[in-house]
Write a protein that binds this ligand. Structure first.
Ligand code: PAF
Length: 282
């Protein structure tokens, strides 16, 4: 695996490969890789000639009170995992290279970014759309892979890629879960043993929602209050949001029918965890 740090060198490499008729599959990450990331890498390996993984903890998507500085980093371990997957290129730029002094251009993600996670993380998706569009311009991928755990993120990125005419197909893949259903996340590392135990309730809430909807529940308000009651059985959890929404518009659904997204975010101590499930009914 070759490591490239310079955006210009990365772009030149990609253009050369594409000139030779090769397709590029891209997995953007912030590192501290887990099985969720590796499932994206595995998919990229089956669908593209060249696989590029980026590791960049993007400062512009963190709020001033958030965990940018303490975000877990372990480059040595990440490199070993990516080597084992025979990834072609690790793109590992510095913040100074990605945001040279005086940088002032941003991508505005629009109204989808003002819902759900956007309410408690006001500039988060602006930072995400900005860095992803920069990475797309640098890496020039034919295909880019994202996890459905970050449902709102993949929706916003998909729209951004379409609306800004990127020649990149955005592919979203299922959430990878721990033994008790907790969605894999680099932030799970922050959880103390008792918090980790209680975090399993998040997936139980989503499973209950699915069971009730499949069992015929159509009333969102009634279902939400049942889900909140289950959530309250884990006293360490402080709910940020729990919503039943349309999976494309993220508008709240009063009467459940067709494809429905149940999404939540909760704090356990200082750690903020998110999860979601799409349920389909007739
Ligand atoms: O999901 C992530 O790890 C990040 O938000 C991403 C897409 C790599 C952009 O920094």
């Amino acid at each position: 695996m070759r490591t490239i740090k310079d955006p210009k060198e990365m772009q030149a490499y990609s253009l050369k490969m594409k000139g030779q008729g090769k397709t590029i599959g891209f997995v953007p990450t912030m590192g501290y890789l887990h099985e969720g990331h590796l499932s994206l890498v595995a998919a990229a390996k089956t669908k593209a000639d060249i696989v590029v993984v980026s590791i960049f903890v993007n400062p512009t998507q963190f709020g001033p009170e958030e965990d940018f500085r303490s975000y877990p980093r372990d480059l040595k371990h990440d490199k070993k995992l990516l080597n084992d997957f025979a990834v072609d290129i690790l793109f590992f730029p510095s913040a100074a290279r990605m945001y040279p002094k005086g940088s002032q251009s941003f991508v505005d993600p629009g109204g989808l970014a003002e819902k759900m996670c956007g309410l408690s993380r006001p500039n988060h998706f602006r930072g995400v759309d900005t860095i992803v569009s920069k990475l797309f311009n640098i890496v020039q991928p034919n295909l880019a892979f994202f996890g459905e755990k970050d449902y709102q993120q993949q929706l916003i990125i998909r729209k951004m890629a379409e609306e800004l005419n990127f020649p990149t197909k955005v592919i979203s893949l299922p959430t990878i879960r721990e033994f008790d259903g907790l969605a894999m996340s680099s932030r799970n590392k922050y959880l103390l043993p008792e918090q980790r135990k209680q975090a399993a309730i998040l997936y139980q809430v989503l499973r209950l929602a699915k069971k009730e909807i499949k069992g015929g529940e159509k009333n969102s308000r009634r279902l939400l209050s049942r889900l909140r009651r289950l959530m309250a059985s884990a006293p360490s959890l402080k709910l940020d949001y729990l919503v039943i929404v349309d999976p494309e518009t993220l508008e709240e659904t009063k009467t459940i029918k067709g494809k429905t997204l149940i999404a939540l975010a909760a704090y356990i101590g200082k750690t903020r965890l998110i999860d979601n499930l799409v349920v389909e009914t007739k």
